[in-house]
Design a protein around this ligand. Structure first.
Ligand code: ZN
Length: 371
């Protein structure tokens, strides 16, 4: 069994683990990310891998990195929460480790983990939507990750859902993630508590008495207790989620949506309103099947498990390609040797024809008219 190391490189932490072929984690490490320095981030990645390699024989190393990975899987084009700008991450980490690594976008790695070993097992058309600070997403079509021409496909968080709506970190207005994300959930709860403190007593209590103190896990806790204000927040975020999923279904028609990220820990409190909104908004409802909407199963390990599996598969594919190439080259060479030997034998058996006769034989009988 080939073991692989998967590394999840986020804006705040670098988490790495040794993963077996069934997606099981055998050992795991975590460090904080020196996000302001690309060189120190790369050193941290190399350090965690080196530490894990000391105890395990691993066949492949995969990185799931929070940012735009170019289509060659080599360069970090841009990362919103790290100092990577056109950073040759693959080469830099390979230099430090002295062996090949495979680089993938973190949401793609998570989707791959969920599709292989988690909530989307058995589905070939999958879309992952992870609600955290913003929206992370990934697309799997026909059992393969869809990366787009430049590696940047699957960023629905910045699809405009409200003309001239809330200002987004990307510089545009009305992006989906301003209405449907962990940040949006917290903003909703705080605004409600400020406007209607009497109706948000439990939320305010959990937030230490002030609206600014309310955070995501507390909203989930209050909703799980049945607090109407917290439930209302999930209704709103779930509504935006379901509407957005219907829009995505209009483009991709996936069999399964996997909802991940911190907000998804609320489970049905989020998924029920999302499913209701999805079924209301889906074009042609009643005449087509509804896609599954499932909560991610692998939690924060999805990116690690997915990156490890992708690396193992990529290296296996490359080894197979090298093997096939070598076999075909050997076969071509053998055929050429055989042909040369036959020609030599034929030349010995019969005297060579005069050159002029050969040319006559090979001349075409008709010339094709020029169009
Ligand atoms: Zn945006």
């Amino acid at each position: 069994m080939t073991l692989a190391i998967g590394v999840d490189v986020g804006g705040t932490k670098v988490a790495a683990a040794v993963v077996d072929e069934d997606g099981r984690i055998l050992a795991k490490l975590k460090r904080s990310t020196p996000a302001a320095s690309p060189a120190r981030t790369e050193q941290t990645i190399a350090d965690v891998v080196t530490d894990l390699q000391a105890d395990f024989e691993v066949g492949a190393i995969g990185l799931g990195a929070a940012g735009f990975v170019d289509s060659a899987g080599a360069t970090m084009l841009f990362a919103p929460n790290l100092a990577w700008r056109d950073e040759p991450l693959k080469a830099r980490v390979e230099e430090r480790l002295g062996r090949p690594v495979v680089v993938e976008n973190d949401a793609n790695a998570s989707a791959w983990g969920e599709a292989r070993f988690g909530a989307a097992r058995g589905y070939r058309e999958v879309m992952l939507v992870a609600l955290g600070t913003g929206i992370g997403a990934a697309i799997i079509i026909g059992g393969e990750l869809y990366r787009g021409r430049w590696g940047i496909a699957g960023e629905p968080g910045h699809v405009r859902v409200v003309p001239d709506g809330r200002l987004c970190g990307c510089g545009n207005r009305g992006c989906w993630e301003q209405y449907c994300s962990g940040n949006a959930l917290v903003a909703e709860a705080r605004e409600f508590a400020r406007r209607t403190p009497g109706g948000a007593m439990r939320l305010l209590q959990l937030g230490g008495g002030v609206a600014e103190g309310i955070s995501g896990p507390e909203i989930t806790r209050a909703a799980a207790e049945g607090d109407p204000a917290a439930l209302r927040c999930f209704q709103i975020i779930g509504g935006w989620l379901g509407q957005g999923l219907a829009d995505l279904a209009a483009i991709l028609d996936p069999a399964c949506f996997v909802i991940g990220g911190g907000v998804s820990e609320a489970g049905d409190l989020l998924i029920d309103p999302a499913r209701a909104a999805f079924e209301r908004a889906l074009t042609g409802r009643g005449y087509r099947p509804f896609a599954e909407i499932k909560v991610a199963e692998l939690g924060e390990d999805a990116g690690i498990v997915g990156a490890a599996d992708l690396a193992r598969q990529t290296l296996a594919r490359e080894a197979l390609a090298r093997e096939t190439f070598a076999r075909e080259a050997a076969a071509r060479e053998a055929a050429a040797r055989e042909a040369a030997a036959r020609e030599a034998a034929a030349a010995q058996a019969a005297p060579a024809q005069p050159a002029i006769g050969r040319r006559l034989l090979t001349r075409p009988l008709f010339r094709r008219p020029v169009a």
